[in-house]
Structure formats: C-alpha cells, structure tokens
Write a protein that binds this ligand. Structure first.
Ligand code: FE2
Ligand code: FE2
Length: 429
C-alpha cells in the first residue's frame, strides 16, 4: 500500500522539540496506526545491520537538525554525537516502520535494487546546536562496525561559509559530480531535484544513496523537489516526502525555508501543480513574498537565496513562450534584492544576470546532457534582447559552489565533474 500524505503528516506532527543544556537529543518518530514505534536493545553481540539509506542531516531551525538513516530491520542503532567541546552523547533513535510496495530493479550487477517490504526510518532530533560549530555523528551498526560523518550547525550572520548545489543526479555520472562537490567541502549541501530517474537503467533510490553517502556525511542537506521525483509507485510520497520532509522552519510543505549564516534559503516547489497536487502550492507565491519581506525586516538576515527546480531564464528546450508569470516573479526578486536564484532541470549550465539578479541554471549533476542554447533563435524571436543576459553556458556535468564572505559578498564557482576544475566563476556584491 503506498504511503498516504496523512501518514507523512503524522510523522511530522510527532516531532517534539525540547530545550536543554549544550545539546538536546530527542528520538523523533510518529510511527502510524499500523506501524508504531519500537526500540530494541542493540547488544554488542548482534551482527552489523546494513543501512539501506546512509545517514543524512537536515536543518529544522537555527539551532536544530535531524539525523536520519534507513534500515530494513526494526533494530534501533545507537547514535553518538561528538560535541564541539570534545565530549559526546549517545542516544537511541526512534523508528518509523513502513511496508512499501515500491520496487525498482534492473537486475544489473552494479545497481542495487529498491526492494519492497519493511523500511525502517531511524531518526534523531538534535537541539540547541551551537551556531557555526562542527558536530560529529557515528551510527553503531553492531558487530563492531560503525558509519560516521560530520555537519556544521548554521553559523551566525556575519560568519563566512560555503554551500554547494547539485541537481539532476543520474548514475553513473553522479559519482563524479558528487566527488567534485565533496572535494569542495561545503558547509551546506543543496540538491536541486530530479534525484533519481526511472527512465535510466542505472538508477534506483538505493543506488542514489550509495553515490551520495560520502557527500551526505560531510554537511547538512537541503532538498528541492524535481519533476522526476514524481514517477511511478507513488514516488513523491514513498521516497521524497517520507525521507526528506519536513525540512526547515516554515512549515511542513514541499516548499520551505531555513536560515544559514544570515542567508535565508527559500526552496520553491515548481512541480506539484504539474503532477496533480495543486493544493500543495496554493498560496506558495504569497508565502515567497512574505519570506522575502521577513528576510528584509530581520537584522540577522542579509538576503534570501531562492532555490527551484524549473528554470526561469534559459535558452534550452525548457524556455517558455509565455513569460508573464516568470516576469512577475523576477520582479519580486528584484524588489527584494535577491542576489542569486538557483535552478536545475536543464542538464547543463547557464549563468544569467537579469536586472542585478544572478540566475544559475545547473542541472549538470549527471543526467544526460543537452544543448543549453538549443532554442536561442526561438527566444530571440519571442523576446528580442533576452538572450543577451545569458553570460555563460556550458554543456558539461558539474556542480556550483558559493562562498559567502563575512561581508556578504558571494564568490561563485562552477566546478567540473570529477576534476573539480573551475569552469566559470564570478562574484556578486
Ligand atoms: Fe532532470
Ligand atoms: Fe527536471
């Protein structure tokens, strides 16, 4: 039985925040009417339990984050958190159990299948994080084995940090783009959607996690919804929402926002209304305006960076002939001084500057590439002069890294898959 939205919301509603001393750890899970929550002892004599989804961390607020991982057995695996002062805390995560019908198997030797049956999401809420501090986590798999990683808590405004963007991740090339981004050691990782392609004979969710595990082990993750996250087997509920939602501090929506280092990261959902979920995005653009206004009014926030899957400006096959809505949204970004807008969907790289707003279209995460200026003539005919605002383009695989300086200046670099060679760079501010 596919997951329903009701069950997803039950989980999010069960998140309970606790105040504490230097760090609070809370096992957070709702279970559901037919699953429930279990915790079992993890004796040292038990064999190692394999992870079907390696750990990842998402931000829920300025001082709170959530660690999740997935197993195929309902055996809670203890998690040890290494604190900035050198001490550590160990806690047992809560379990959410779901029986999934989702199955995807190409029966290829190097592609791990998505198998139906019991999937156990193990999760731990971390509260009272120290701004900008580095935290370690280690999951005890049993049998003397463990898996470890780190993440940086959201820095205060005025602290420098680095974030990285990748989108449209298809195996096998995603292993090269993930490696390039990992070598850049971002403090925050942003995925722009289209995580897994059922059209690809090399993609499964389990395989995606294998490719991303090292990257996920280095920083907190923010996700944006893409069109390929809506494929068969109720994928958007069973995978995207079950695994990644809720995110941020603005409500349990597919669009959401969080703050990091004085920057408001605003994730927009450009896809739900196209795939039969218009209610999911009802009022979203009013919410975007309110977020931008709140950012402008908050002395602890410098500006917002907007993240969406579908591009607003492109010369690729995804250009749109009717730009009415696009122009209204762009005008809003100009009004509020949004310096950067990230988009994916186009399997290539484009950099635009339109009235001071820099649009980075980078869907070069591994999905089969195509020409990012294929429809230049059509755009020129429809809107003469628009294409002059495209500053750079490249039909290459890669990722984009942004250094946010203490002074708020942005240094942007587009890095090539594999080598991490700088293909394009510019500064804003
Ligand atoms: Fe894509
Ligand atoms: Fe897409």
């Amino acid at each position: 039985m596919p997951l329903s939205r009701r069950r997803f919301l039950h989980l999010s509603a069960a998140l309970s925040l606790t105040a504490g001393a230097s760090l609070s750890l809370t096992a957070c899970s709702g279970g559901s009417a037919d699953s429930g929550t279990q915790t079992q002892d993890t004796g040292a004599d038990l064999p190692a339990l394999a992870l079907s989804k390696a750990p990842w961390v998402q931000l829920l607020g300025p001082t709170s984050a959530r660690l999740r991982f997935e197993t195929r057995e309902a055996r809670a695996l203890p998690v040890t958190i290494a604190l900035p002062d050198g001490s550590s805390l160990t806690a047992t995560p809560a379990l959410r159990e779901d029986e999934l019908d989702y199955a995807w198997d190409f029966e290829l030797e190097d592609v791990p299948p998505d198998e139906p049956g019991l999937h156990v999401l193990q999760e731990l809420l971390l509260e009272d994080l120290q701004p900008g501090a580095q935290y370690g986590w280690s999951v005890d798999l049993g049998g003397g084995e463990q898996v470890s990683g780190t993440f940086r808590a959201p820095p205060a405004a005025g602290e420098a940090f680095r974030f990285g963007w990748l989108a449209d991740t298809m195996r096998p090339t995603v292993t090269e783009t993930a490696a390039a981004l990992r070598s850049a050691a971002p403090d925050l990782l942003l995925h722009g959607g289209d995580m897994v392609y059922q059209t690809s004979p090399a993609d499964t969710w389990t395989g995606f996690w294998q490719a991303m595990a090292t990257l996920f082990a280095g920083s907190a993750l923010g996700v944006t919804l893409g069109n390929h996250d809506f494929e068969d087997m109720d994928e958007v509920h069973v995978m995207f929402e079950r695994l990644f939602m809720p995110q941020g501090d603005s409500g349990a929506n597919r669009y959401n926002a969080f703050s990091f280092g004085g920057v408001r990261f605003v994730h927009i959902d450009t896809e739900s209304d196209r795939f039969g979920f218009p209610e999911e995005v009802e009022g979203m653009w009013d919410w975007v305006r309110a977020e931008l206004q709140a950012t402008a009014d908050d002395p602890n926030l410098r500006f917002a960076i907007v993240l969406m899957h579908r591009p607003m400006f492109t010369l690729s096959k995804y250009w749109v002939s009717d730009a009415t809505e696009r122009d209204a949204r762009h005008a809003m970004f100009v009004e509020f001084g949004v310096p950067l807008v990230f988009c994916g969907h186009v399997h290539a790289y484009e950099h635009w500057e339109v009235e001071g707003v820099h649009y980075i279209v980078d869907g070069g995460g591994g999905a089969l590439s195509y020409d990012p200026v294929e429809e230049k003539d059509a755009v020129d005919e429809a809107r003469p002069g628009e294409s002059d605002q495209q500053i750079a383009h490249s039909r290459t695989y890669g990722v984009t890294v942004v250094d946010v300086g203490e002074d708020g200046r942005l240094a942007v670099q587009r890095l090539a898959a594999g080598t991490a060679a700088v293909e394009d760079s510019f500064t804003v501010g």
